[in-house]
Design a protein around this ligand. Structure first.
Ligand SMILES: *Cc1c(COP(=O)(O)O)cnc(C)c1O
Length: 368
């Protein structure tokens, strides 16, 4: 049996993709804002109902460019319970990431905890829509308004998700998506920044292309954040396949939910069915009173060739660069550590069928 991974790529129609690649090669236009990238951006903006989508080479560079474009400085508040790239993007820009605690019920930033971390040096907040569940957008926006801070979102998990009925991509000053191969919707490598701010969109466009405003005319210190045509071709192809991927993810989630609900001592983090969801992450939480510890359970899955994962354990603040910089950060991150010690991410996506879900659940039942 092949191992079943978390984050196996979902790939749309192969022939459609190959046809697009052939057209790209015939056209001999491989990158530098080619027609496939432009079409991809247009389709994404339509899908999200947002004014501008600026495609990027990956989500991390997109975060860095967004941070630069918003002119963040000094300290930037973010959750520690996120993928390390959120913290690195801040650090890489010479700024100080300041970790705020999460709400253990949602795994997203706790607005009151954010408030407590504000100092005179704070310039912005990066919220994360963790697992594709909308962050407390209103709570964070209120704080940003009150303290005159910039607010942006790492929406790497949240493509196809809504917050109070409106598509994520429309909140804060801008929102950053990742289309990495492990995300439920991928362009091999890729990312994008969505914004309704015309001026900001123009700035992002310049910054991703070395600041070139035309031939021989550089007006900005930019970098290379461009998406290439082949990646955009994969993105477009998978966008056409999105409903199919969503259907399978939703079925997998509902099946997991039904089978896991009766088991004492473990729970699935629920999706809010009144919102659009991508059902990308199946989040199992293991209670301390479950007969088997979280770590032992992960080992049992691995023995059965099911590569379930601890995610964002032990929290960014416990990763070496940040642990050394802020050795006492843990004192204010109790919920982060609580959640990081409980979570197992289970596999889903096109590669996961119902038989395999039953297998996962059998392992859970065998522990009791
Ligand atoms: C995947 C991810 C990123 C980074 O995106 P890449 O496209 O891999 O650079 C950033 N933040 C979060 C929360 C992610 O999950």
């Amino acid at each position: 049996m092949h191992p079943i991974h978390v984050g196996r790529p979902n790939i749309g129609d192969r022939q459609t993709f190959l046809n697009r690649v052939n057209e790209i090669l015939d056209r001999n236009w491989l990158t530098n804002n080619g027609p496939v990238v432009q079409e991809f951006e247009k389709k994404l903006a339509e899908y999200l109902g947002v004014g501008h989508v600026v495609a990027m080479c990956n989500g991390t560079v997109a975060l860095e460019i967004a941070i630069r474009a918003l002119e963040l400085e000094g300290e930037v508040i973010l959750p520690s319970y996120t993928f390390i790239a959120t913290a690195h993007a801040i650090h890489w820009q010479g700024l100080t990431p300041v970790f705020a605690d999460i709400n253990p019920a949602t795994h997203n930033l706790d607005a009151n905890a954010v408030k407590r971390m504000i100092t005179p040096k704070t310039s912005g907040i990066i919220g994360v829509h963790l697992w594709g569940r909308g962050a407390d957008v209103d709570g964070l926006q209120d704080i940003a308004n009150e303290y005159e801070l910039k607010l942006m979102f790492d929406a790497a998990h949240a493509f196809g998700c809504s917050y109070q009925g409106k598509m994520i991509g429309n909140f804060g000053a801008c929102e950053v998506f990742s289309f990495h191969a492990t995300k439920f919707f991928n362009s091999i490598e890729g990312g994008a920044i969505a914004t309704n701010d015309d001026e900001l969109a123009e700035k992002l466009n310049l910054m991703r292309n070395f600041g070139f405003a035309g031939f021989d005319n550089v007006i900005y210190p930019g970098t290379n954040g461009k998406m290439n045509e082949i990646c955009a071709a994969m993105g477009l192809t998978n966008l056409e396949y999105l409903d199919e991927i969503l259907k399978v993810n939703r079925r997998n989630y509902l099946t997991y939910q039904k089978l896991i609900q009766p088991i004492q001592g473990i729970s699935l983090l629920p999706y809010d069915q009144t919102e659009s969801n991508n059902f990308q992450y199946i989040i199992l939480e293991v209670d301390p009173d479950f007969p088997v510890s979280r770590d032992t359970l992960v080992d049992k899955f691995h023995e059965a060739n099911i590569l379930a994962r601890k995610y964002f354990w032990p929290g960014c603040h416990n990763m070496k660069p940040y642990k050394d910089l802020f050795p006492n950060a843990n004192l204010l991150l109790k919920n982060t550590e609580l959640v990081a010690d409980r979570v197992i991410v289970l596999p889903t996506g096109l590669a996961m069928d119902l038989d395999n879900i039953h297998k996962v659940v059998e392992i859970l039942v065998s522990c009791i």
